[in-house]
Design a protein around this ligand. Structure first.
Ligand code: SAH
Length: 260
């Protein structure tokens, strides 16, 4: 208990781990939800989000959570991944497989230094997929960066809660070491005026606006979209849009539509 208090309050006075959402998407087995709650609590995390779980609440989840029933009781259950990510400024997607058009994959340690740094600006999330099918391309498209736990090439798929444990452990190490670690200086712009990153919903609003505008202009044929929108997501994902930049881009789109 004492150790957790030290970790959670030593990051420049910020409750860093409190800003981390662990998001499980479309989990099939309630046992994995319970085991996730336990993995989180042992590492000092508490904010569990469940997107369309097959069965929750469930006595199997309670049993597997053991002493982490409070994390389960506080879990937010939502219907869509968009709802779980609303308001976040950085989202890591946990994926065992390489997908077409994905951004370069991070290893957990690097992903976690980015998460810890972004957590000073707002909420951050780690998203885990369904046990059988993993994350869909649409789900991956909503996330800032894919993260892969390096495994044996013979078998790369960890149990869901085991994958959560690896990331939560890395988060704890990062939070413990953060004051002298320079995570912020390593990955975020420095200076007196550090621009505010756009939130997940602001960036999604821009993508929706872009899609409408390029359909209206005739550039995108909705019957034959090819891979245009995923490519645009990848481009702007690399750019890490700031609030002001989203406003400018949307202003540009609006000017095209209004002046047609
Ligand atoms: N058969 C699925 C694996 C699902 S395992 C697939 O091929 O994608 C359930 C979830 O655990 C995954 O969606 C992912 O979020 C996480 N996971 C399992 N192994 C992982 C690994 N090696 N790296 C990153 N995430 C992993």
């Amino acid at each position: 208990m004492k150790a957790a208090e030290t970790v959670d309050s030593n990051m420049n006075g910020q409750l860093t781990l409190d800003r981390v959402r662990i998001v499980l998407s479309r989990t099939s087995h309630p046992g994995n939800i319970g085991a996730t709650a336990r993995a989180m609590k042992t590492m000092g995390l508490s904010r569990l989000w469940l997107v369309a779980p097959a069965s929750f609440p469930d006595p199997v989840a309670d049993a597997r959570a053991s002493g982490a029933g409070d994390v389960l009781a506080g879990a937010q259950v939502v219907a869509t991944l968009e709802e779980a990510l609303a308001g976040t400024v950085f989202v890591a997607a946990l994926s065992a497989r390489r997908r077409e058009l994905s951004l370069p994959r991070l290893q957990p340690r690097d992903a976690v230094s980015e998460l810890v740094a972004w957590s000073e600006k707002g909420d951050v999330a780690l998203v885990f997929g369904n046990e059988a099918s993993g994350l869909t391309n649409a789900e991956l498209g909503l996330c800032s960066r894919p993260v892969t736990i390096p495994t044996s090439p013979d078998y790369s798929s960890l149990n869901l809660a085991a994958a959560v444990q690896v990331l939560c452990y890395e988060l704890r190490l990062a939070a413990l070491g953060s004051p002298g670690r320079g995570a912020e200086s390593a990955v975020l712009p420095q200076g007196s005026h550090v621009p505010a990153p756009a939130t997940h919903d602001e960036v999604e609003g821009f993508y929706a606006h872009l899609e409408t505008a390029i359909i209206a202009s005739g550039f995108l044929d909705p019957e034959n979209p090819r891979r245009l929108l995923p490519r645009m997501r990848r481009l702007f994902g690399r750019a890490r849009l700031e609030k002001e930049e989203v406003a400018i881009l949307r202003g540009i789109l609006a000017s095209f539509i209004d002046n047609k």
